[in-house]
Ligand binder design. Sequence first.
Ligand SMILES: Cc1ncc(COP(=O)(O)O)c(C=O)c1O
Length: 471
Amino acid sequence: MTPDEFRRHGHAVVDWIADYQSRIEWFPVLSQVKPGQIRASLPPNPPMHGEPFDALLKDIEKLILPGVTHWQSPNFFAYFPSNASGPGILGDLLSSGLGVQGMLWSTSPACTELETHVLDWLVSMLGLPEKFLSSNTGGGVIQDTASSAALCALLAARERATNYTSNEKGCDGRIVAYASTQTHSSVEKAAMIAGLGVENLRLIEVDANFAMLPDALARQIEVDKLAGLVPSLVCATVGTTSSNAMDPIPAIGEICRQHHLWLHVDAAMSGTSALCPEFRHLQDGVELADSYNFNPHKWMFTNLDCSCFWVADRKALIKTLSILPEYLRNQATESGAVIDYRDWHIQLGRRFRSLKLWFVIRHYGVEGLQHHIRRHVELAQQFAGWVRSDKNFELAAPAPLNLVCFRHKGGDAINQNIMDRINRSGDLFLTHTKLNGKMTLRLCVGQTNTQARHVEKAWRRITEEAQAASA
Ligand SMILES: Cc1ncc(COP(=O)(O)O)c(C=O)c1O
């Protein structure tokens, strides 16, 4: 493809995306295809000869769109948002256009330095402790996902707890870590991959609001220490996936300090709310964290993947993950004056992901971002108010931000029925969880273009389907 052909097709693709954005509201939010349907519509063999680009774009419309669940629809209220935006998409396109592989500072200095700079900006934008700044003992890095960030935190914690011997010797079955019963499953996966073993991840009980009980944590650590085990890390969550519960970081952090354990704070979705000073109290105690992670690819208008991870002591992370083969040696690395981000995560190769984040922050400005986050919270709170005042429904958990957990009082079957009917209709997309053993519906407001009318429609459709399901 010559640059001129690229220009022509590129314009067509951008036009297609802009058209998609204008008509997205009218697609069924949850794809309605059956398993195997998309593959059945694709040719069994790859083409022997290249095809005209126009044909590819036509097939996006004809073959692919029916199998897309529209995460960018303003009627998407399921799971958690994965909200994209114009500046984010264009920044990502530029990243592809430059095609940089930023494993080392020297393989593209701008890729490293822009990332360090934007992550330092975010420390002040989110009111995070200054120890996370690159000018201090810490620093931030963009990971692909919160799952990878949790794994890196656990690896560094494992190393620190074993006096940096576990990388050499392997795990001996004595290293333990702690999370709550509500912690995201990625921490369990991290315990598997890091060689602790799932049995050595202690899932601590939670209180009536689904937040970790610090006393239970302290007791478990004592028991483990008495048994000769080696506690390494505690993961506290700001906004659990199921119900948006907030673990009490000050108390958990104090326990970690006493026992010299690594405190990782997972604020995957809800961390974005800290852009607004009035929500920062939800992560009080974050100054006690050894590492912190939030996903701009969830709620901060930056398309997947973009997960920001900070550590208070970058030396501990680098010592854990750095290997320097001869073919990567270079003067800049040897001078010690640069960051080589390959030492800050699992993989070697890395995209120029900070471009999209930089574009998002510059396009919206801090005030613009705050405006949208406040609006999402306000809409979710309005929805929670309607639930509270309807005699047939109840809230199933506190709703501190943009996620509302609620249920029809008629029991599991009717809730399942309401959700299935709504999702089949394509008008909106809701998902569920189980809280205290009961089927619970979740409505999460966070798509970039969700407005009052979408949330109003969601409530109208829920109550209509509730009536139909109870009839
Ligand atoms: C609290 C929490 N942590 C971690 C994750 C995992 O996020 P990622 O897909 O970025 O690994 C999620 C996503 O559901 C989450 O809600």
